[in-house]
Design a protein around this ligand. Sequence first.
Ligand code: HSE
Length: 350
Amino acid sequence: MHYRLALIGFGGVARALVEILRNKGNELPQKDGLELSVVAVSDLRLGMAEDPDGLDLAALVDLPNEPGALAAFSGGRAEPDNEAVIKRSTADIVVEATFTNPETGEPALSHCRWALESGKHLVTSNKGPVALAAAELTKKAEAKGLAFSYEGTVMSGTPVIRTAEQCLAGCHIAGFRGILNGTANFVLGQVETGMSFDDAIALAQSRGYAEADPTADIGGSDVLMKVLILARALFDQAVEASAVPCQGITGLSEAEVRAAKAEGHRWKLLGQGSVAPDGHVALEVAPIMLPDSDPLASIEGPTNALTLDTDLLGPVTVSGPGAGRIETGFALLADILAIHAQSQPPRYRQ
Ligand code: HSE
């Protein structure tokens, strides 16, 4: 089966997806019975390129990160046209990976709407539109029998959403609790060992964990978007951001973090949620001091972990990378492979 992809936004994550396709493309048809090509790319800075027969993946991976660089492709242009690419390209799947806007979700939210309205499957690693409008987008996708998948929005490629929706189908999930921001966890760990908050944040930025504006990481709003997404995926509930108490790690002092460590405790930024039997959902983002004996206390550096509170298995914890280009690029690939699996006979389904 052949799927044509349109990439909207060509930053680190979308490039990583193309890199994975270039490196593993030959394995995919044999292993999973599918073929993937990239028929369009449109990016605010880089411009756009289209080819219904498939753009050259190696050339895309090596594309210089310079304004208008996509004009170098045959038929390419220095100016983007996201709307035309989404609505009129021959793509079967739109991959939305533009920047996250936590207030309005735009322009990504419009990209998502256009993709589904024009009959294309949608996969995204963009937290903004999912946190703000997952219910609307799910409805649009279901009405047309299309996929709307967003595994990479929480814990990058570490499978939490699909684990909950598919592997734990049949369990009731009454709550979750997790370390959902790699930057904040890394920063707290560095501060424990003597580094200043500012130096630790700069180090997280240099390693590519932090958002372009790290305020979202340490101020809690990145985790806030993730708990909203989890409330939707796990509890089927749309919660307004304004209804969620949200505190980051900015109120902690370096002395407090080090003193806790010396006394056998660790400060962790946690995202938590629960659903009551009457359907009431409570969500919270806050720094919590955990005893060393708590399984989440041992989660180090940029690693994330999420514990799901299930009725049939008790607590189930998934831990793994929570950020990174290849890790999030893999999440997009996993979403694409899931679309393929859905179109296959049951024994191939994920
Ligand atoms: N900046 C985020 C983090 C990236 O540090 O976890 C993944 O959402």
